[in-house]
Ligand binder design. Structure first.
Ligand code: GAR
Length: 224
């Protein structure tokens, strides 16, 4: 029996340049596309919106500044997501902390990409902090979103060695390359059933998805 979830439809939430959204959209263009992007929504004017629109995706600017409260803003965002038919929400550089009410409305169906090896370096300035601590390794995590910031179960990570010559710019660029590989892989795995998330528990059923990836040298893929 196929475990594929051909109905995986995602809303991608962004706040800025949208390079992860673009990586997700690139996958949709491939013959083996395993999910659809129903909506790209931003909470502020964002370069990624025009990239999405040029790619033929539905977009929405639901500008926080147009709403008198966070609650009203999130209500409008939730309604737009529901109207789009999306059944998963993928945060891709969405730089606003979602409320517990919003997360409960889409319980277990929101994932995020975060540029660190969680649980290390939750929050902002992750590359700068990893360098300041002379970390040997750094990387990126895709995780389930819970009401506690950057705290939900890790689905998968990619790790790279920090080089002695790395600067914040070089390290963030090297991690970004991994982000663009990891996020489509994780969402594709949710679509195919290679990974399941039940009651906040991550269960990899099939890790052969890793075989199809072409990873930069010295990169390690870690299943959550
Ligand atoms: C990415 O590096 C993403 O991991 C990070 O913001 C950047 C967005 O870039 N997200 C977070 O820091 C969330 N805590 P993008 O707009 O080019 O995808």
């Amino acid at each position: 029996m196929s475990r594929a979830n051909s109905q995986l439809k995602i809303a991608v939430l962004i706040s800025g340049r949208g390079s992860n959204m673009q990586a997700l959209a690139n996958h949709v263009e491939t013959p083996n596309a395993s999910y659809q992007i129903c909506l790209v929504a931003a909470n502020k004017p964002a370069d990624g919106l025009s990239i999405a629109s040029d790619a033929g995706l539905s977009t929405a600017l639901i500008d926080r500044k147009s709403y008198t409260s966070k609650q009203n803003h999130e209500r409008a965002l939730a309604e737009a997501i529901e109207a789009s038919g999306a059944n998963w929400i993928c945060l891709a550089g969405y730089m606003s902390v979602l409320s517990a009410d919003f997360i409960a409305r889409f319980e277990g169906k929101i994932i995020n990409i975060h540029p660190s090896l969680l649980p290390d370096y939750k929050g902002l300035h992750t590359h700068e902090r990893a360098l300041a601590d002379s970390q040997k390794f750094h990387g990126v995590s895709v995780h389930l979103v819970t009401p506690v910031l950057d705290d939900g179960a890790v689905i998968a990570q990619m790790r790279l060695p920090v080089r002695s010559a790395d600067t914040q710019e070089s390290l963030s660029a090297r991690v970004l390359v991994l982000e663009h590989i990891l996020y489509p892989m994780v969402i594709g795995s949710l679509a195919s059933g290679a990974v399941t998330l039940d009651a906040g528990q991550v269960c990899w059923q099939d890790i052969s998805v890793a075989n199809a990836l072409s990873l930069p040298e010295d990169t390690t893929l870690i299943f959550g």
